[in-house]
Design a protein around this ligand. Sequence first.
Ligand code: UD1
Ligand code: CA
Length: 488
Amino acid sequence: MSSTVTVIVLAAGGGTRMKSKTMKVLHPVAGRSMIAHVLNAVRAVEPHQVVAVVGHQREAVGQHIQDFMPDAVLAVQEEQRGTGHAVRVAVEALEDLGDGTVIVATGDTPLLQGESLRAFAAEHEAAQRAVSVLTAVVADPFGYGRIVRDADGDVEAIVEEKDAKPAEREIAEINSGILAFDASFLVEALPRIGNDNAKGEYYLTDLVQLARDAGLTVGAHAIDDPWQTEGANDREELAILGRELNRRIVGRWMREGVTVMDPETTWIDADVELAQDVTILPGTQLLGATVVAADAVIGPDCTLKDCEIGVGARVVRTHAELAVVGQEATVGPFSYLRPGTKLGARGKIGGFVETKNADIGEGAKVPHLSYVGDAEIGEGANIGAGTIFANYDGVAKHRTTIGRHAKTASNNTFVAPVEVGDGAATGAGTVVRRDVPPGALAVSAGPQRNLPGWAQAKRPGTAQARAAEAASGDATEVTPPEEDPELG
Ligand code: UD1
Ligand code: CA
Protein backbone atom coordinates (compact mmCIF):
# COMPACT_ATOMS: atom_id res chain seq x y z
CA MET A 1 0.00 0.00 0.00
CA SER A 2 1.47 3.28 -1.09
CA SER A 3 0.07 5.86 1.31
CA THR A 4 -0.69 5.66 5.01
CA VAL A 5 -3.79 3.66 5.87
CA THR A 6 -5.79 4.09 9.04
CA VAL A 7 -8.40 1.47 9.86
CA ILE A 8 -11.35 2.26 12.10
CA VAL A 9 -13.23 -0.74 13.47
CA LEU A 10 -16.69 -0.03 14.87
CA ALA A 11 -17.58 -2.04 17.94
CA ALA A 12 -19.51 0.21 20.26
CA GLY A 13 -23.01 -1.14 19.65
CA GLY A 14 -24.78 -3.30 22.18
CA GLY A 15 -25.64 -6.23 19.96
CA THR A 16 -28.86 -6.72 21.90
CA ARG A 17 -30.18 -9.37 19.54
CA MET A 18 -27.52 -11.78 20.75
CA LYS A 19 -29.39 -11.78 24.08
CA SER A 20 -26.13 -12.36 25.87
CA LYS A 21 -24.09 -11.07 28.76
CA THR A 22 -21.16 -11.29 26.34
CA MET A 23 -20.81 -8.47 23.84
CA LYS A 24 -21.63 -9.44 20.29
CA VAL A 25 -18.16 -8.92 18.84
CA LEU A 26 -16.63 -11.10 21.56
CA HIS A 27 -18.66 -14.16 20.61
CA PRO A 28 -16.32 -16.78 19.18
CA VAL A 29 -16.43 -18.32 15.74
CA ALA A 30 -13.83 -20.96 14.85
CA GLY A 31 -12.01 -20.37 18.11
CA ARG A 32 -11.59 -16.63 17.80
CA SER A 33 -13.87 -13.74 18.64
CA MET A 34 -15.61 -12.12 15.70
CA ILE A 35 -13.61 -8.94 16.23
CA ALA A 36 -10.33 -10.87 16.31
CA HIS A 37 -11.18 -12.26 12.86
CA VAL A 38 -11.74 -8.70 11.63
CA LEU A 39 -8.52 -7.42 13.20
CA ASN A 40 -6.67 -10.33 11.64
CA ALA A 41 -7.96 -9.30 8.21
CA VAL A 42 -7.09 -5.67 8.95
CA ARG A 43 -3.43 -6.66 9.42
CA ALA A 44 -3.26 -7.49 5.71
CA VAL A 45 -3.52 -3.82 4.72
CA GLU A 46 -0.49 -3.09 6.92
CA PRO A 47 -2.22 -0.13 8.51
CA HIS A 48 -0.29 2.76 9.89
CA GLN A 49 -2.78 2.82 12.77
CA VAL A 50 -5.90 0.96 13.89
CA VAL A 51 -8.60 2.57 15.99
CA ALA A 52 -11.38 0.56 17.58
CA VAL A 53 -14.50 2.39 18.69
CA VAL A 54 -15.82 0.84 21.89
CA GLY A 55 -18.88 1.70 23.97
CA HIS A 56 -20.94 -1.07 25.47
CA GLN A 57 -18.78 -3.13 27.84
CA ARG A 58 -15.79 -1.05 26.80
CA GLU A 59 -13.47 -2.64 29.40
CA ALA A 60 -14.04 -6.19 28.19
CA VAL A 61 -14.07 -5.30 24.51
CA GLY A 62 -11.12 -2.90 24.79
CA GLN A 63 -9.02 -5.39 26.73
CA HIS A 64 -9.77 -8.12 24.23
CA ILE A 65 -8.83 -5.88 21.29
CA GLN A 66 -5.56 -4.85 22.90
CA ASP A 67 -4.71 -8.45 23.78
CA PHE A 68 -5.05 -9.34 20.12
CA MET A 69 -3.56 -6.14 18.69
CA PRO A 70 -1.55 -4.33 21.37
CA ASP A 71 -0.96 -1.13 19.42
CA ALA A 72 -4.62 -0.60 18.51
CA VAL A 73 -5.97 2.73 19.76
CA LEU A 74 -9.26 2.64 21.65
CA ALA A 75 -11.78 5.42 21.17
CA VAL A 76 -14.71 5.49 23.56
CA GLN A 77 -18.11 6.38 22.21
CA GLU A 78 -20.17 7.06 25.32
CA GLU A 79 -23.49 6.98 23.55
CA GLN A 80 -24.22 5.21 20.27
CA ARG A 81 -25.44 8.06 18.11
CA GLY A 82 -24.76 6.41 14.77
CA THR A 83 -21.93 5.19 12.59
CA GLY A 84 -21.04 8.75 11.48
CA HIS A 85 -20.70 9.79 15.10
CA ALA A 86 -18.64 6.68 15.89
CA VAL A 87 -16.16 7.48 13.13
CA ARG A 88 -15.94 11.06 14.35
CA VAL A 89 -15.08 9.79 17.82
CA ALA A 90 -12.36 7.62 16.27
CA VAL A 91 -10.90 10.47 14.25
CA GLU A 92 -10.85 12.71 17.33
CA ALA A 93 -8.90 10.04 19.22
CA LEU A 94 -6.03 10.31 16.73
CA GLU A 95 -3.31 12.91 16.56
CA ASP A 96 -3.28 13.19 12.82
CA LEU A 97 -4.92 11.26 10.02
CA GLY A 98 -2.47 12.56 7.43
CA ASP A 99 -3.58 12.63 3.81
CA GLY A 100 -3.85 8.89 3.34
CA THR A 101 -6.75 6.48 3.32
CA VAL A 102 -9.18 5.67 6.09
CA ILE A 103 -10.98 2.33 6.01
CA VAL A 104 -14.01 1.80 8.18
CA ALA A 105 -15.05 -1.74 9.03
CA THR A 106 -17.38 -3.29 11.59
CA GLY A 107 -16.33 -5.72 14.27
CA ASP A 108 -18.83 -8.47 13.53
CA THR A 109 -17.83 -9.88 10.11
CA PRO A 110 -15.80 -12.98 10.96
CA LEU A 111 -15.39 -14.23 7.39
CA LEU A 112 -13.69 -11.07 6.15
CA GLN A 113 -10.41 -11.88 4.40
CA GLY A 114 -7.39 -9.63 4.55
CA GLU A 115 -6.90 -9.99 0.81
CA SER A 116 -10.37 -8.52 0.08
CA LEU A 117 -9.70 -5.54 2.30
CA ARG A 118 -6.32 -5.02 0.68
CA ALA A 119 -7.77 -5.14 -2.85
CA PHE A 120 -10.55 -2.76 -1.85
CA ALA A 121 -8.10 -0.23 -0.41
CA ALA A 122 -5.83 -0.51 -3.44
CA GLU A 123 -8.72 0.09 -5.82
CA HIS A 124 -9.91 3.07 -3.79
CA GLU A 125 -6.47 4.64 -3.92
CA ALA A 126 -5.87 3.89 -7.59
CA ALA A 127 -9.16 5.58 -8.53
CA GLN A 128 -8.36 8.57 -6.28
CA ARG A 129 -11.84 8.61 -4.82
CA ALA A 130 -13.20 10.58 -1.90
CA VAL A 131 -15.40 7.62 -0.90
CA SER A 132 -15.48 3.95 -1.86
CA VAL A 133 -18.12 1.53 -0.69
CA LEU A 134 -17.67 -2.21 -0.57
CA THR A 135 -21.07 -3.49 -1.55
CA ALA A 136 -22.73 -6.87 -1.83
CA VAL A 137 -25.60 -8.13 -3.89
CA VAL A 138 -27.79 -10.20 -1.62
CA ALA A 139 -30.99 -12.22 -1.90
CA ASP A 140 -32.59 -10.50 1.08
CA PRO A 141 -31.48 -6.87 1.41
CA PHE A 142 -33.84 -6.14 4.32
CA GLY A 143 -32.24 -4.04 7.04
CA TYR A 144 -29.25 -2.90 5.03
CA GLY A 145 -28.41 0.44 3.47
CA ARG A 146 -29.27 0.26 -0.27
CA ILE A 147 -26.88 1.46 -2.95
CA VAL A 148 -28.71 3.96 -5.14
CA ARG A 149 -27.02 4.38 -8.52
CA ASP A 150 -27.78 6.98 -11.18
CA ALA A 151 -28.44 6.33 -14.88
CA ASP A 152 -24.69 6.05 -15.51
CA GLY A 153 -24.32 3.48 -12.78
CA ASP A 154 -22.48 5.89 -10.51
CA VAL A 155 -23.28 5.74 -6.82
CA GLU A 156 -25.62 8.53 -5.85
CA ALA A 157 -26.46 7.72 -2.28
CA ILE A 158 -26.83 5.05 0.37
CA VAL A 159 -30.36 4.93 1.73
CA GLU A 160 -31.02 3.17 5.01
CA GLU A 161 -33.90 0.67 5.32
CA LYS A 162 -36.04 2.94 7.46
CA ASP A 163 -35.55 5.92 5.16
CA ALA A 164 -35.94 4.04 1.88
CA LYS A 165 -38.80 4.60 -0.54
CA PRO A 166 -40.60 1.42 -1.72
CA ALA A 167 -38.68 1.41 -5.03
CA GLU A 168 -35.36 1.77 -3.17
CA ARG A 169 -36.24 -1.17 -0.94
CA GLU A 170 -36.22 -3.35 -4.09
CA ILE A 171 -32.50 -2.67 -4.60
CA ALA A 172 -30.47 -5.83 -3.94
CA GLU A 173 -27.10 -4.10 -3.76
CA ILE A 174 -26.34 -3.19 -0.18
CA ASN A 175 -23.70 -1.37 1.82
CA SER A 176 -21.52 -4.00 3.47
CA GLY A 177 -20.51 -1.50 6.13
CA ILE A 178 -16.94 -1.43 4.84
CA LEU A 179 -16.02 1.94 3.36
CA ALA A 180 -12.84 3.73 2.38
CA PHE A 181 -12.31 7.48 2.54
CA ASP A 182 -9.79 10.02 1.55
CA ALA A 183 -8.61 11.19 4.97
CA SER A 184 -8.77 14.93 4.19
CA PHE A 185 -12.31 14.65 2.86
CA LEU A 186 -13.36 12.59 5.89
CA VAL A 187 -12.01 15.11 8.41
CA GLU A 188 -13.61 17.99 6.57
CA ALA A 189 -17.01 16.35 5.95
CA LEU A 190 -17.67 14.40 9.19
CA PRO A 191 -18.89 17.47 11.14
CA ARG A 192 -21.35 18.19 8.37
CA ILE A 193 -23.28 14.94 8.80
CA GLY A 194 -26.72 15.62 10.27
CA ASN A 195 -29.20 13.37 12.03
CA ASP A 196 -32.39 14.33 10.27
CA ASN A 197 -33.47 10.79 9.42
CA ALA A 198 -35.78 8.02 10.56
CA LYS A 199 -33.44 6.86 13.33
CA GLY A 200 -32.24 10.29 14.40
CA GLU A 201 -28.66 9.00 14.02
CA TYR A 202 -25.54 10.39 12.41
CA TYR A 203 -25.17 8.11 9.38
CA LEU A 204 -21.66 7.57 8.06
CA THR A 205 -23.31 6.69 4.77
CA ASP A 206 -24.39 10.31 4.31
CA LEU A 207 -20.81 11.00 3.26
CA VAL A 208 -21.62 9.53 -0.15
CA GLN A 209 -24.11 12.30 -0.81
CA LEU A 210 -21.81 14.95 0.67
CA ALA A 211 -18.94 13.88 -1.58
CA ARG A 212 -21.20 13.89 -4.64
CA ASP A 213 -22.46 17.38 -3.77
CA ALA A 214 -18.85 18.58 -3.60
CA GLY A 215 -18.19 17.10 -7.04
CA LEU A 216 -15.84 14.44 -5.68
CA THR A 217 -15.51 10.88 -6.92
CA VAL A 218 -17.50 8.13 -5.24
CA GLY A 219 -17.18 4.51 -6.23
CA ALA A 220 -18.71 1.24 -5.23
CA HIS A 221 -17.41 -2.21 -5.76
CA ALA A 222 -19.46 -5.34 -5.19
CA ILE A 223 -17.57 -8.11 -3.47
CA ASP A 224 -17.69 -11.48 -5.28
CA ASP A 225 -18.05 -13.32 -2.03
CA PRO A 226 -20.76 -11.70 0.10
CA TRP A 227 -20.14 -14.06 3.04
CA GLN A 228 -17.07 -12.01 3.85
CA THR A 229 -19.03 -8.90 4.75
CA GLU A 230 -21.87 -10.73 6.44
CA GLY A 231 -22.29 -9.85 10.11
CA ALA A 232 -23.86 -11.94 12.84
CA ASN A 233 -26.57 -10.14 14.77
CA ASP A 234 -28.07 -13.08 16.62
CA ARG A 235 -27.18 -16.64 17.56
CA GLU A 236 -28.76 -18.15 14.47
CA GLU A 237 -26.65 -15.96 12.21
CA LEU A 238 -23.63 -16.75 14.37
CA ALA A 239 -24.15 -20.47 13.78
CA ILE A 240 -24.67 -19.98 10.03
CA LEU A 241 -21.48 -17.94 9.73
CA GLY A 242 -19.67 -20.43 11.95
CA ARG A 243 -20.62 -23.33 9.71
CA GLU A 244 -19.58 -21.47 6.58
CA LEU A 245 -16.27 -20.41 8.07
CA ASN A 246 -15.64 -23.99 9.13
CA ARG A 247 -16.49 -25.24 5.65
CA ARG A 248 -13.84 -22.88 4.30
CA ILE A 249 -11.20 -23.84 6.86
CA VAL A 250 -11.78 -27.57 6.30
CA GLY A 251 -11.69 -27.01 2.54
CA ARG A 252 -8.39 -25.15 2.79
CA TRP A 253 -6.80 -28.00 4.77
CA MET A 254 -8.01 -30.57 2.26
CA ARG A 255 -6.37 -28.51 -0.48
CA GLU A 256 -3.20 -28.54 1.65
CA GLY A 257 -3.17 -32.34 1.66
CA VAL A 258 -5.23 -33.33 4.70
CA THR A 259 -7.73 -36.19 4.33
CA VAL A 260 -11.07 -35.32 5.88
CA MET A 261 -13.52 -38.19 5.67
CA ASP A 262 -16.56 -36.15 6.65
CA PRO A 263 -16.20 -32.37 6.29
CA GLU A 264 -19.70 -31.89 7.70
CA THR A 265 -18.81 -33.26 11.12
CA THR A 266 -15.23 -31.99 11.24
CA TRP A 267 -14.65 -28.69 13.02
CA ILE A 268 -11.30 -26.94 12.80
CA ASP A 269 -10.53 -23.65 14.51
CA ALA A 270 -8.85 -20.84 12.62
CA ASP A 271 -5.52 -21.15 14.45
CA VAL A 272 -5.09 -24.93 14.10
CA GLU A 273 -2.10 -26.17 12.09
CA LEU A 274 -2.18 -29.45 10.18
CA ALA A 275 0.60 -31.15 8.25
CA GLN A 276 0.29 -32.95 4.97
CA ASP A 277 -1.20 -36.47 5.09
CA VAL A 278 -2.98 -35.97 8.37
CA THR A 279 -6.23 -37.96 8.34
CA ILE A 280 -9.28 -36.71 10.20
CA LEU A 281 -12.14 -39.13 10.79
CA PRO A 282 -15.78 -38.11 11.40
CA GLY A 283 -16.95 -36.25 14.48
CA THR A 284 -13.67 -34.55 15.24
CA GLN A 285 -13.09 -31.06 16.62
CA LEU A 286 -9.59 -29.61 16.45
CA LEU A 287 -9.65 -26.49 18.58
CA GLY A 288 -7.53 -23.59 19.75
CA ALA A 289 -3.85 -23.79 18.89
CA THR A 290 -3.83 -27.53 18.16
CA VAL A 291 -1.01 -28.69 15.90
CA VAL A 292 -1.07 -32.09 14.19
CA ALA A 293 2.04 -33.49 12.51
CA ALA A 294 2.22 -35.54 9.32
CA ASP A 295 0.58 -38.97 9.00
CA ALA A 296 -1.28 -38.68 12.29
CA VAL A 297 -4.81 -40.11 12.25
CA ILE A 298 -7.32 -38.31 14.46
CA GLY A 299 -10.83 -39.61 15.15
CA PRO A 300 -13.46 -40.66 14.93
CA ASP A 301 -15.05 -38.56 17.65
CA CYS A 302 -12.18 -36.59 19.12
CA THR A 303 -12.05 -33.15 20.71
CA LEU A 304 -8.50 -31.84 20.90
CA LYS A 305 -7.95 -28.36 22.28
CA ASP A 306 -4.49 -26.74 22.31
CA CYS A 307 -2.84 -30.11 21.74
CA GLU A 308 0.31 -31.11 19.92
CA ILE A 309 0.08 -34.43 18.10
CA GLY A 310 3.24 -36.06 16.76
CA VAL A 311 4.06 -37.65 13.44
CA GLY A 312 2.09 -40.82 12.78
CA ALA A 313 0.26 -40.73 16.11
CA ARG A 314 -3.18 -42.33 16.36
CA VAL A 315 -5.86 -40.70 18.51
CA VAL A 316 -9.29 -42.36 18.71
CA ARG A 317 -12.44 -41.15 20.55
CA THR A 318 -10.49 -38.92 22.88
CA HIS A 319 -11.04 -35.66 24.72
CA ALA A 320 -7.76 -33.85 25.24
CA GLU A 321 -6.69 -30.39 26.34
CA LEU A 322 -3.17 -28.94 26.50
CA ALA A 323 -1.69 -32.38 25.91
CA VAL A 324 1.31 -33.45 23.87
CA VAL A 325 1.19 -36.82 22.10
CA GLY A 326 4.51 -38.09 20.75
CA GLN A 327 5.44 -39.55 17.43
CA GLU A 328 3.61 -42.82 16.63
CA ALA A 329 2.00 -42.86 20.06
CA THR A 330 -1.55 -44.17 20.41
CA VAL A 331 -4.39 -42.74 22.45
CA GLY A 332 -7.90 -44.06 23.02
CA PRO A 333 -10.54 -45.12 22.54
CA PHE A 334 -12.31 -43.28 25.36
CA SER A 335 -9.32 -41.49 26.86
CA TYR A 336 -9.36 -38.19 28.71
CA LEU A 337 -6.11 -36.22 28.53
CA ARG A 338 -6.12 -33.21 30.80
CA PRO A 339 -3.65 -30.32 30.79
CA GLY A 340 -0.02 -31.22 31.29
CA THR A 341 -0.25 -34.68 29.78
CA LYS A 342 2.82 -35.57 27.75
CA LEU A 343 2.99 -38.95 26.06
CA GLY A 344 6.35 -39.97 24.63
CA ALA A 345 7.03 -41.44 21.21
CA ARG A 346 5.39 -44.85 20.67
CA GLY A 347 3.73 -44.60 24.08
CA LYS A 348 0.16 -45.63 24.75
CA ILE A 349 -2.75 -44.23 26.71
CA GLY A 350 -5.54 -46.74 26.33
CA GLY A 351 -9.26 -47.11 26.96
CA PHE A 352 -10.87 -45.37 29.93
CA VAL A 353 -7.66 -43.76 31.08
CA GLU A 354 -7.60 -40.24 32.51
CA THR A 355 -4.31 -38.36 32.74
CA LYS A 356 -3.29 -34.98 34.15
CA ASN A 357 0.16 -33.42 34.64
CA ALA A 358 1.59 -36.71 33.60
CA ASP A 359 4.83 -37.18 31.76
CA ILE A 360 4.70 -40.63 30.22
CA GLY A 361 8.02 -41.63 28.67
CA GLU A 362 8.90 -43.06 25.30
CA GLY A 363 7.28 -46.41 24.69
CA ALA A 364 5.63 -46.36 28.12
CA LYS A 365 2.08 -47.73 28.32
CA VAL A 366 -0.99 -47.07 30.41
CA PRO A 367 -3.31 -49.36 28.49
CA HIS A 368 -6.51 -49.75 30.55
CA LEU A 369 -8.89 -48.16 33.03
CA SER A 370 -6.54 -45.95 35.02
CA TYR A 371 -6.11 -42.50 36.53
CA VAL A 372 -2.65 -41.02 36.16
CA GLY A 373 -2.36 -37.65 37.92
CA ASP A 374 0.84 -35.75 38.79
CA ALA A 375 3.13 -38.51 37.64
CA GLU A 376 6.25 -39.27 35.75
CA ILE A 377 6.42 -42.66 34.09
CA GLY A 378 9.81 -43.68 32.74
CA GLU A 379 10.44 -44.92 29.22
CA GLY A 380 9.30 -48.45 28.46
CA ALA A 381 7.36 -48.79 31.71
CA ASN A 382 4.02 -50.61 31.71
CA ILE A 383 1.19 -49.74 34.08
CA GLY A 384 -1.28 -52.53 34.79
CA ALA A 385 -5.02 -52.28 34.24
CA GLY A 386 -7.08 -50.41 36.77
CA THR A 387 -4.28 -48.42 38.37
CA ILE A 388 -4.91 -45.28 40.36
CA PHE A 389 -2.25 -42.68 40.99
CA ALA A 390 -3.60 -41.36 44.30
CA ASN A 391 -2.17 -37.87 44.01
CA TYR A 392 -4.41 -36.05 46.45
CA ASP A 393 -4.33 -36.56 50.21
CA GLY A 394 -7.31 -34.30 50.76
CA VAL A 395 -5.10 -31.26 51.31
CA ALA A 396 -2.32 -31.20 48.73
CA LYS A 397 -1.33 -32.87 45.46
CA HIS A 398 1.77 -35.06 45.34
CA ARG A 399 3.78 -36.68 42.58
CA THR A 400 4.47 -40.30 41.76
CA THR A 401 7.54 -41.40 39.83
CA ILE A 402 7.67 -44.74 38.06
CA GLY A 403 11.12 -45.79 36.84
CA ARG A 404 12.24 -46.84 33.39
CA HIS A 405 11.00 -50.25 32.27
CA ALA A 406 9.16 -50.80 35.54
CA LYS A 407 6.22 -53.22 35.27
CA THR A 408 3.42 -52.56 37.66
CA ALA A 409 0.56 -55.02 37.95
CA SER A 410 -3.21 -54.65 37.76
CA ASN A 411 -5.26 -52.76 40.26
CA ASN A 412 -2.42 -50.94 41.96
CA THR A 413 -2.72 -47.74 43.93
CA PHE A 414 0.28 -45.43 44.08
CA VAL A 415 -0.12 -43.30 47.18
CA ALA A 416 1.86 -40.17 46.34
CA PRO A 417 4.46 -39.00 47.03
CA VAL A 418 6.06 -42.29 46.12
CA GLU A 419 8.75 -43.55 43.80
CA VAL A 420 9.06 -46.88 42.01
CA GLY A 421 12.63 -47.49 40.86
CA ASP A 422 13.90 -48.39 37.40
CA GLY A 423 13.10 -51.96 36.43
CA ALA A 424 11.00 -52.53 39.57
CA ALA A 425 7.74 -54.49 39.63
CA THR A 426 4.62 -54.76 41.74
CA GLY A 427 2.11 -57.51 42.40
CA ALA A 428 -1.58 -57.33 41.55
CA GLY A 429 -3.60 -55.25 43.92
CA THR A 430 -0.59 -53.64 45.54
CA VAL A 431 -1.08 -50.40 47.42
CA VAL A 432 2.30 -48.76 47.03
CA ARG A 433 2.83 -46.45 50.00
CA ARG A 434 6.61 -46.70 50.30
CA ASP A 435 9.28 -46.25 47.68
CA VAL A 436 10.22 -49.37 45.72
CA PRO A 437 13.96 -49.72 45.04
CA PRO A 438 15.15 -50.39 41.48
CA GLY A 439 14.60 -54.00 40.49
CA ALA A 440 12.50 -54.88 43.58
CA LEU A 441 9.08 -56.53 43.53
CA ALA A 442 6.57 -54.81 45.81
CA VAL A 443 3.58 -56.72 47.13
CA SER A 444 1.26 -55.41 49.78
CA ALA A 445 -1.67 -57.82 49.83
CA GLY A 446 -1.38 -60.55 52.54
CA PRO A 447 -1.09 -64.22 51.61
CA GLN A 448 -4.34 -65.60 50.27
CA ARG A 449 -6.36 -67.86 52.56
CA ASN A 450 -9.14 -70.14 51.26
CA LEU A 451 -11.99 -70.96 53.61
CA PRO A 452 -13.43 -74.21 52.23
CA GLY A 453 -17.18 -74.57 51.96
CA TRP A 454 -17.86 -70.93 52.73
CA ALA A 455 -20.61 -70.54 50.11
CA GLN A 456 -22.52 -73.63 51.17
CA ALA A 457 -22.37 -72.63 54.85
CA LYS A 458 -23.04 -68.92 54.55
CA ARG A 459 -25.29 -68.83 51.49
CA PRO A 460 -27.33 -72.01 51.81
CA GLY A 461 -30.09 -72.51 49.27
CA THR A 462 -28.70 -70.01 46.82
CA ALA A 463 -27.61 -70.66 43.25
CA GLN A 464 -24.11 -69.90 44.41
CA ALA A 465 -24.22 -72.61 47.07
CA ARG A 466 -25.76 -75.14 44.67
CA ALA A 467 -23.07 -74.47 42.11
CA ALA A 468 -20.42 -74.92 44.77
CA GLU A 469 -22.00 -78.17 45.93
CA ALA A 470 -22.18 -79.51 42.40
CA ALA A 471 -18.56 -78.67 41.78
CA SER A 472 -17.23 -80.12 45.07
CA GLY A 473 -19.21 -83.37 44.45
CA ASP A 474 -19.96 -83.90 48.15
CA ALA A 475 -22.34 -81.59 49.89
CA THR A 476 -21.95 -83.17 53.33
CA GLU A 477 -18.32 -82.26 53.95
CA VAL A 478 -18.98 -78.68 54.86
CA THR A 479 -17.13 -77.13 57.74
CA PRO A 480 -18.53 -73.70 58.47
CA PRO A 481 -15.75 -71.14 58.98
CA GLU A 482 -15.50 -69.43 62.36
CA GLU A 483 -15.12 -65.97 60.95
CA ASP A 484 -15.38 -64.27 57.62
CA PRO A 485 -12.23 -62.25 57.07
CA GLU A 486 -12.91 -61.42 53.44
CA LEU A 487 -16.41 -60.03 53.77
CA GLY A 488 -16.86 -59.52 57.51
C1 UD1 B 1 -25.03 -0.02 8.91
C2 UD1 B 1 -25.04 0.91 7.69
C3 UD1 B 1 -25.79 0.21 6.54
C4 UD1 B 1 -25.11 -1.11 6.24
C5 UD1 B 1 -25.00 -1.97 7.49
C6 UD1 B 1 -24.15 -3.19 7.22
C7 UD1 B 1 -25.06 3.21 8.47
C8 UD1 B 1 -25.89 4.39 8.76
N1 UD1 B 1 -25.71 2.14 8.04
O1 UD1 B 1 -26.38 -0.17 9.29
O2 UD1 B 1 -25.78 1.04 5.40
O3 UD1 B 1 -25.84 -1.80 5.24
O4 UD1 B 1 -24.38 -1.24 8.56
O5 UD1 B 1 -24.15 -4.02 8.32
O6 UD1 B 1 -23.86 3.25 8.62
N2 UD1 B 1 -21.79 1.34 15.75
C9 UD1 B 1 -21.05 2.05 16.65
N3 UD1 B 1 -21.54 3.20 17.14
C10 UD1 B 1 -22.74 3.69 16.78
C11 UD1 B 1 -23.51 2.96 15.85
C12 UD1 B 1 -23.00 1.78 15.34
O7 UD1 B 1 -19.95 1.64 17.01
O8 UD1 B 1 -23.12 4.75 17.27
C13 UD1 B 1 -21.27 0.09 15.23
C14 UD1 B 1 -22.11 -1.09 15.63
O9 UD1 B 1 -21.61 -1.69 16.81
C15 UD1 B 1 -21.92 -2.01 14.45
C16 UD1 B 1 -21.71 -1.07 13.27
O10 UD1 B 1 -21.33 0.14 13.83
O11 UD1 B 1 -20.78 -2.83 14.57
C17 UD1 B 1 -22.96 -0.92 12.42
O12 UD1 B 1 -23.95 -0.35 13.22
P1 UD1 B 1 -25.46 -0.78 13.11
O13 UD1 B 1 -26.25 0.01 14.05
O14 UD1 B 1 -25.57 -2.25 13.15
O15 UD1 B 1 -25.79 -0.25 11.65
P2 UD1 B 1 -26.84 -0.83 10.68
O16 UD1 B 1 -28.15 -0.27 11.01
O17 UD1 B 1 -26.71 -2.29 10.58
CA1 CA C 1 -25.64 -4.15 11.58
